[in-house]
Structure formats: structure tokens, C-alpha cells
Design a protein around this ligand. Structure first.
Ligand code: NAP
Length: 330
């Protein structure tokens, strides 16, 4: 099969298509013939040698954390799927390829009416957003949330989910164009952080109360300010560290307001943990995708061999929603 194998680490040019054997399909696995795969920030780090796959180390290091496609083969203990089923899946690597093998429990049937490209934009962004809003922040209808990087893949998913949960949503973005889009996704205010201070704007919007939760992808540069916009008992969910992973906080504020800072990561979780999350997510959202109330926002689709171009584009921060690689079988 054709796959993008990392034989060296470096710039986008190291993403080259190679011919390698098909992955093995274990007794609890399914082999998926991939039609489309999502690009994630983590792939850019992995390409630079900064985000190794979890153990056991694969024979070929292939980026790609999610895909949509068709079940080609099922392992002997798998009863949920059959060859020919259209599925999407969360994988811990290997999706920049024509085929990937993954635990059956980390895949689910593509909701009625969704294209392969739309489906490929769902697993990583939406499951991460669901985990953060529901499991990590425990948000309830009527509460307030600040979602940073609201036009990104995860941000655009989180805003839509938050709207379905009946939350009040503020977001931060890097341009006026992104601000418009995030309001269409469901944000009540979109703060362009190049021009405005989000702490000040969120205080005005929330009537000085602050927010119940912050979903953060920025890390270092925002950590203290995230604490400042929280109301008493609020929680910051750290999902990414785009500006750096080290930070200083005022522990006095943490104590006084009884705040929580907690992290989350999907890739490194054991398969059974992902299984529970995937099942919960699927039950909560399947119908919402079928009726179009939730949708993956797709910025653009490029063929697999243009993965270098996809990475260069993501690094410019210009994408609104997901970048997808389409995989045509040769
Ligand atoms: N924990 C997990 O399991 C998990 C899962 C998925 C993703 N993630 C992480 O979540 C983050 C977002 O992923 P994504 O797929 O949504 O990425 P994305 O689509 O590329 O969006 C990221 C956006 O963040 C903003 N940004 C980038 N660098 C920034 C900086 N230094 N300061 C402030 N804003 C910055 C940019 O938007 P603006 O122009 O609007 O600033 C950029 O477009 C990444 O760090 C990713 O690794 C974590």
C-alpha cells in the first residue's frame, strides 16, 4: 500500500509516499481502507520528531490520528463490523496511508448522509472537544465557557458542541474573518486577541462574573489570564500548548477562587479508555450529525501526496476548521 512513512524528521518535505506492506489485522482489530484522513497539529510535531507514537512502537512510523473509510477485513473476535461497513476511527498513528489497522472499539459507523471527507474531520476534533466540555469540565446548560482558538479544527467543533449543550460561548481568534465564522458556529462574542484583551472582553460579556470553564490550546502565554477569567470553582482544561508548555500562575488566586487546572490527551490513552469515550460520544452526537446540527468544518481537501503542502498551510494558522487529505486507491 501507499503510505507516508517518516524515515527522517524535519520540515514538510520529509513527508514522502512510500510503498509498504499492508498493516496486520489482530483478532480485535479491523483493517480500514482509508478514503480520507484528517491533518492534526500533532502530526506537525511528529514530523519534527517531537511527538513519538505511543508504545508498542510501530514498524513504520506513519502520521495520522483519524480516518474515514471502508472496513476491508475484521479480526476473528470482532462482531460489531463487517467488510464493506463505512466507518470513521480514532487511531494512535498510521492514517496517512491507504490502509490502517486499529482496535474495532475505536471505530464507529459513519452517520447517514456524511461524505468521507466530512467524516474524516470528526474523530479527533469532536471527540477531543466532547471530552473537554463534558467529561473534563462537566459543563451544564446555561453555564459560560471560553473556547480559545475557536476557528481551528478542535475549536470549531467545541463551539458547535457547546451550543448544542446550551452553553454561553466566548471565543478568541486571530482575525476578523475568523471572528465572523466562529459567531456562525455559535459563539456569542469572538475576541480578536491581536486587537483586544480577552480578559477584559470576557469580563464585560459575563457581567464581571467570569466563566465556568476555559478550553485552552495556547498554554504558556494564556495560563495566568485563563485563571483570571474563571469564576469561583471554575476549571481550565489544557488541551494544547501552542505557545509553550511552561507557565507561572498565581497560586493565591487558585486557592481563593478554588480553581482547577486539568489536562487531557487522546492519543496516549489505552484503547479501552478511548472505547468508552467513543461510545459515549457516539450516543450523544450521532443523531446531531445526521440532522446536520453538528458538522465538521472543512477548510480544504488535498490529495495524500500533498501532505507537505497541508502541513505548510496549517503552520500559517490560516485554516478555518479541518484540513483533510483524500486517499484514492491506486
Ligand atoms: N489533547 C488532545 O488530545 C488534543 C487533541 C487534538 C488537538 N490537540 C491540540 O489542540 C490544539 C489545536 O488543534 P487544532 O487541530 O484545532 O489546530 P488548528 O486547526 O491548527 O488550530 C489552531 C489555531 O490556534 C491558533 N494559534 C496557533 N498558535 C497560537 C499561539 N501561539 N497563540 C495563540 N493562538 C495560536 C491559530 O488560530 P488563530 O489565528 O485564531 O490564533 C491556529 O489556527 C493543538 O495544539 C493540538 O495539538 C490536543
Amino acid at each position: 500500500m501507499k503510505a507516508i512513512v517518516l524515515k527522517e524528521f524535519g520540515g514538510p518535505e520529509v513527508l514522502r509516499v512510500e510503498d509498504i506492506p499492508l498493516p496486520e489485522c489482530g483478532p480485535d482489530d479491523i483493517l480500514i481502507r482509508i478514503r480520507a484522513t484528517g491533518v492534526n497539529r500533532a502530526d506537525l510535531l511528529e514530523r519534527q520528531g517531537l511527538y513519538p507514537p505511543p508504545d508498542p512502537q510501530p514498524r513504520y512510523q506513519i502520521p495520522g490520528l483519524e480516518c474515514a473509510g471502508v472496513v476491508e477485513k475484521v479480526g476473528q473476535r470482532v462482531t460489531r463490523f463487517h467488510p464493506g461497513d463505512r466507518v470513521m476511527a480514532l487511531v494512535s498513528g498510521g492514517a496517512y496511508a491507504e490502509y490502517v489497522s486499529c482496535p474495532a472499539d475505536n471505530a464507529w459507523i459513519i452517520p447517514e448522509g456524511l461524505s468521507d471527507v466530512q467524516a474524516a474531520g470528526i474523530p479527533e476534533a469532536f471527540v477531543t472537544a466532547y471530552d473537554a466540555l463534558v467529561d473534563k469540565a462537566g459543563l451544564k446548560v446555561g453555564q459560560r465557557v471560553l473556547i480559545h482558538s475557536g476557528a481551528g479544527g478542535v475549536g470549531s467543533a467545541a463551539i458547535q458542541l457547546a451550543r448544542q449543550m446550551g452553553l454561553h460561548i466566548a471565543t478568541t481568534v486571530g482575525s476578523a474573518e475568523k471572528a465572523e465564522h466562529t459567531k456562525n458556529f455559535g459563539a456569542e462574542i469572538a475576541v480578536n486577541y491581536h486587537e483586544q484583551d480577552f480578559v477584559e472582553e470576557v469580563r464585560k460579556w459575563s457581567g464581571a462574573q467570569g466563566v465556568d470553564a476555559v478550553l485552552d490550546f495556547v498554554g504558556q502565554n494564556y495560563l495566568q489570564r485563563n485563571l483570571s477569567v474563571l469564576r469561583t470553582g471554575g476549571v481550565v482544561v489544557v488541551i494544547g500548548t501552542l505557545s509553550g508548555a511552561k507557565g507561572q500562575i498565581d497560586l493565591g488566586e487558585l486557592l481563593k477562587k478554588r480553581l482547577i487546572v486539568r489536562g487531557t490527551a487522546l492519543r496516549s490513552r489505552p484503547s479501552y479508555d478511548k472505547m468508552h469515550l467513543v461510545q459515549e460520544f457516539q450516543e450523544a452526537t450521532g443523531a446531531l450529525f445526521e440532522t446536520g446540527r453538528l458538522r465538521a468544518v472543512i477548510d480544504r481537501t488535498l490529495p495524500l501526496d500533498q501532505a507537505p503542502e497541508a502541513h505548510r498551510y496549517m503552520a500559517t494558522n490560516k485554516n478555518i476548521g479541518k484540513i483533510i487529505l483524500s486517499v484514492s486507491q491506486g
